[in-house]
Design a protein around this ligand. Sequence first.
Ligand code: AMP
Ligand code: MG
Length: 361
Amino acid sequence: MTEIIRINPTDPEINRVIRAAKVIREGGTVAFPTETVYGLGANGFDPAACRRIFEIKGRPADNPLILHILGPDWLDRVAGEVGGRAMEFAEKAWPGPITLVLKKNAKVPGVVTAGLDTVAIRCPAHRIALELIEYSGVPIAAPSANLSTKPSTTRFEHVVDDLDGKVDVIIDGGDATFGVESTIINMTVEPPVLLRPGAFTVEELEKHLGRIMVPEAVNRTATDGEVAIAPGMKYRHYAPDKMLVLANDSTILRGAAMMAADMDDPIAILCSSETANSLMKSIKLRNISVIILGSEGNLYEVARNLFDAFRALDETSAKMGIVQKFDDKGIGMAIMNRISKATGNSAIEKLGDLEGMLEAQ
Ligand code: AMP
Ligand code: MG
């Protein structure tokens, strides 16, 4: 049985937070909102509770979890060596959507870090998450609150779809602010290395840390035999059940829409409001579902709607989805990273490719 606890995200009812915190302390699992996406949390010092997270999600045991802490003061509870630079950065950037990878200390169980000697740590900028950590009194290990491979959950309803009946508590605390996961940076090396682009932009990172390394491999799924830069990177991620491909440019998107209009194998187009308007002016969008991600002038809106759109694609009668390319500056880098993972790096470069793809569905 899953208990639903509704909590006001801007002014949390403390008695309700305490009820959820008790479940964490007693070794249970609690799905809770953060400013990035919903998390599936358990006591980060309790190996059995953390193992439940992997079982519930169907998550491979070699994909480590992020520990959520109350602030930089808690770093020495979980990290071995913090170092002045990491401490200074944490003090400036937290609470916020940035996860630091540091050397772990002996108290952090191997199940959390998948046996690595490093641990991923962040302090979320969300009232409910912070109060839950405070009243639990322990670091909360939490990956995104979705079934493994599925898009992360950004709304309470999506958490219920994936986890109802599997976790002890789901907190209903409204929608996530950013809609994409935290940025992950490895601070154990110099210069620090970006392991996952996220809601905290590379531009902001450089402002705080100076030069950082952005490996080419960060935006694609590791190929067979290749060592992934972060353990989670080798897995298919964020994917709708239906096939999703990227349209490399707007001509392809338009061509695809025209082509699909004459077929009984409908496609769905995931695009900006600007693209949708321009498509609708020139073509009759018969047989096509259009899922609007937001305005190109506000990529934060696109990020917030992205995982929702992936889930919406599965609800349409379309055989497959085609998603528009976005500028990869700022939060756009996280958007394009999630799109690359969700499409398994597959893009339509010429219209002829689409016919074959549709036939294969
Ligand atoms: P999730 O919270 O579901 O977005 O997953 C957490 C991500 O953090 C995974 O993709 C892991 O690869 C990454 N991660 C966690 N711990 C470490 C670590 N010690 N070193 C590198 N990456 C990590
Ligand atoms: Mg995840």
